[in-house]
Design a binder for this molecule. Structure first.
Ligand code: ZN
Length: 288
């Protein structure tokens, strides 16, 4: 299992903000301490503007350098564009690793799935997964599926990939909840599976299974996973009911599709995030 991370992604913070550096640093510590998985650590690499501009407007890239908050949840930080680009670069490195037949996870911040073509929002500045999917389609992949299990709807990914040939978006999320979208399917290729607040985990699992069945019917040659761990029972930002074993099951289920796949960290704000990531990675790794 390859872990793509860069401790420099812990280099920005706002006091009291749930999307905090410890999300990454504690997960790195946990993964370095464990002995069940053989891990290879890798750094993100680079991304160029042309790759980013498949998903975003030049105006957004310019805006990211203006020192003014984007919204109440999404503060400006000095050099945020550099941090955001590193997170995108990690997504692209994860794509490459998946194509090389490796199990891979991008353990980076900021997350990306709320970022729209021309707007940063919801703790997200650039849409890591959408950029990686468009890179995949531009470089030989024919059918790319996104599976987004963050408790929040991946509105940015949906908006960017909407009706694009060769890709499909499958999102399972709490509804109603931030950002307020994702109640129904949209366009020809965006499939939403809303789950009510406080829904029992058995129902969550049944919904995941239904979404995975639809994803399989799409017959992808590559799967990109927006891995958010905030549908967890003790997460402070939503009313999910999942346990670590559910994330393990999700990892196993995705691996069981037997299609090259890469996963990127999205949300997950509880103190148990390192355990949830570890459980998921054990599921993704064959035989664990
Ligand atoms: Zn989330």
């Amino acid at each position: 299992m390859k872990i793509i991370t860069d401790e420099r992604c812990a280099g920005y913070a706002s006091e009291g903000h749930p999307e905090r550096p410890a999300r990454i640093t504690t997960a790195i510590e946990r993964l370095k301490r464990q002995t069940e998985l053989q891990l290879a650590w890798a750094a993100p690499g680079m991304v160029n503007d042309a790759q980013i501009l498949r998903a975003h407007s030049p105006e957004l890239l310019a805006r990211l350098q203006i020192p003014r908050d984007f919204d109440a949840d999404t503060p400006f930080h000095e050099n945020i564009i550099t941090f955001a680009r590193a997170s995108v670069a990690a997504a692209l490195a994860a794509l490459k690793a998946a194509r090389d037949g490796e199990n891979v996870f991008s353990l980076m911040r900021p997350p990306g799935h709320h970022a729209l073509r021309d707007r940063a929002m919801g703790f997200c500045y650039l849409n890591n997964i959408a950029i990686a999917v468009l890179e995949a389609l531009a470089t030989g992949s024919k059918r790319v599926a996104v599976f987004d299990f963050d408790v929040h709807h991946g509105n940015g990914t949906e908006a960017i990939l909407l009706d694009r040939p060769g890709c499909a978006f499958f999102s399972i999320h709490q509804f109603p909840c931030f950002p307020g979208t994702g109640a129904t399917n949209v366009g020809t290729n965006c499939f939403n599976y809303p789950v009510a607040p406080a829904t029992p985990r058995e129902t969550w699992r049944a919904t995941f299974a239904r979404a995975l069945g639809d994803l399989k019917d799409f017959q992808p040659d590559l799967i990109a996973v927006s891995a958010g761990f905030d549908a967890y029972m003790r997460d402070p930002l939503a009313e999910g009911t999942l346990l670590a074993e559910d994330f393990h099951w999700l990892g196993q289920s995705l691996r069981g599709l037997d299609v090259p796949l890469f996963s990127l960290l999205e949300g997950g704000y509880s103190r148990d995030l390192p355990e949830l990531i570890f459980a998921y990675l054990k599921g993704v790794e064959k035989n664990k």
